[in-house]
Design a protein. Structure first.
Length: 164
């Protein structure tokens, strides 16, 4: 008598069904499309901030006010408040700051000033992102020249995306 070795059709179908169930439950944990999209958005905002800050600095250098501790600067009919040649995070004189140069989506949170949501933010820096909490950060932080945690003469732009 001849013995046939192999799997029956029912056994193969059961294995395929089990693999399908595992793939459906495990795939979302490995493919975080929403988190990747938030991180990419933050990188885009950071790039826009860097470009804006450099453009304003170059205009300030042409105008000869790049080393002034505070000045107003006309950039394409928009008056920016600048510190050491870079746009302020939160202008106090009613003119434009870094946020006025960005076109931001309504889904983003913007945080400046003090408060628990901003966790140690103030008028020298601004946070833009999705989560402002210190335990799950998902934001870009713009610190103006000479601002809190900043360096005189330069702006600091940090992406914190651990909580995205």
């Amino acid at each position: 008598m001849k013995t046939v070795k192999g799997f029956t059709l029912i056994e193969l179908v059961v294995v395929i069904i089990i693999l399908g169930i595992l793939a459906v439950t495990a795939a979302p944990k490995f493919i975080d499309l929403a988190g990747d999209a938030r991180r990419a958005t933050l990188q885009g905002i950071k790039g826009a901030m860097v470009s804006t800050a450099e453009l304003v600095y170059l205009k300030a250098a042409v105008a000869g006010v790049e080393s002034d501790s505070r000045a107003d600067l006309d950039v394409d009919s928009v008056i920016f408040e600048i510190k050491h040649g870079y746009p302020e995070a939160f202008p106090e004189g009613g003119n434009a700051g870094i946020l006025d140069a960005l076109e931001l989506d309504d889904a983003l949170e913007i945080c400046f000033g003090s408060g628990a949501r901003c966790h140690q933010s103030n008028s020298s820096n601004v946070r833009i992102g999705f989560k402002m909490t210190p335990d799950e950060p998902c934001f870009v932080r713009y610190i103006e020249s000479g601002g809190t945690d900043g360096v005189d003469g330069d702006v600091t732009i940090i992406v914190e995306d651990d909580g995205c």
